[in-house]
Design a protein around this ligand. Structure first.
Ligand SMILES: [Zn+2]
Length: 268
């Protein structure tokens, strides 16, 4: 599932092709037909991401808001609106959105959100989100509210109004790196735990952006005990790479949580 690093990587990837030029906008499956017609031939001023939300800021305060959700994806074709994508079978692909610039055409498929808003609505959406570790270096003071919450920390850190951008894979990996059990009550965490979690989120999500949208948390140079080909320490794993113990998997806040209960003890 796309997490916040994907939205930020898409900004880096698409900005050179879209900003400053009028773009062709259409909706092959017609589900975004009115919005596409309103944006067609408009100029993109900038792209921005906050958490898992992606915004294309057009001229005249028009904003295209995209959230990939569980299944959304982009498919790229190099070349503009008269290029291969519009002539090939992709034109019948059912994409919600097709955007074409002189150097890139992309199709957006199965997004959770694809809507036309204005800049005021964009600002309301971002204001309702928590701080984004890709955008903010130091742990924001407001994060201290987590220490008042009578909820499992594994439920708190995927709440996008608390921290924006962490999904299921990063939840598992951040908590493992910080030796915090996902079921531990957030109110039992210390200020140091919170600072470590934020620093870890900053490091991991930014690495995901730099790594082209992949999540590879295992660092073999630092952790010589990892002898298999895994890219994550606990997410999707059966055995802990450090202690050899079984990785437990259970439902938490609607998605599978993963933990090594030896390395991440519940009782502290
Ligand atoms: Zn372990």
């Amino acid at each position: 599932m796309p997490e916040g690093h994907i939205a930020h990587f898409k900004v880096l990837e698409q900005t050179p092709h879209l900003v400053g030029v009028p773009v062709g906008v259409s909706s092959p499956n017609r589900r975004f037909e009115t919005g596409a017609a309103a944006l067609d031939s408009a100029t993109v001023r900038s792209l921005q991401a906050h958490g898992k939300h992606l915004f294309y800021n057009f001229d005249a305060r028009r904003v295209l808001h995209v959230h990939l959700g569980m299944n959304g994806s982009f498919a790229y074709q190099r070349g503009g609106s008269s290029g291969a994508a519009s002539r090939s079978g992709r034109s019948r692909s059912g994409a919600w959105l097709r955007v074409s610039s002189p150097s890139l055409t992309f199709d957006l498929r199965s997004p959770k959100v694809c809507e036309l808003v204005d800049d005021a609505a964009r600002d309301r959406i971002t204001a309702a989100l928590g701080p984004d570790p890709i955008l903010v270096d130091e742990a924001p003071g407001g994060l201290g509210a987590i220490l008042e919450m009578a909820l499992p920390v594994g439920a708190v850190i995927v709440d996008q109004s608390v921290i924006a951008g962490i999904g299921n894979v990063y939840r598992a990996e951040i908590l493992y790196a910080c030796a915090i059990h996902p079921d531990r009550q957030a109110s039992t965490l210390s200020d140091d735990d919170l600072g470590n979690m934020w620093a870890c989120a900053v490091r991991m999500l930014r690495a995901g952006v730099a790594d082209g949208g992949r999540i590879r948390t295992v660092d073999r140079r630092r952790d010589l005990k990892v002898r298999d080909s895994r890219t994550c320490y606990v997410y999707g794993q059966r055995f802990c790479a450090r202690c050899g113990g079984l990785i437990r998997r259970w439902m938490l806040a609607g998605q599978f949580a993963y933990a090594c209960e030896a390395c991440q003890p519940l009782a502290v």
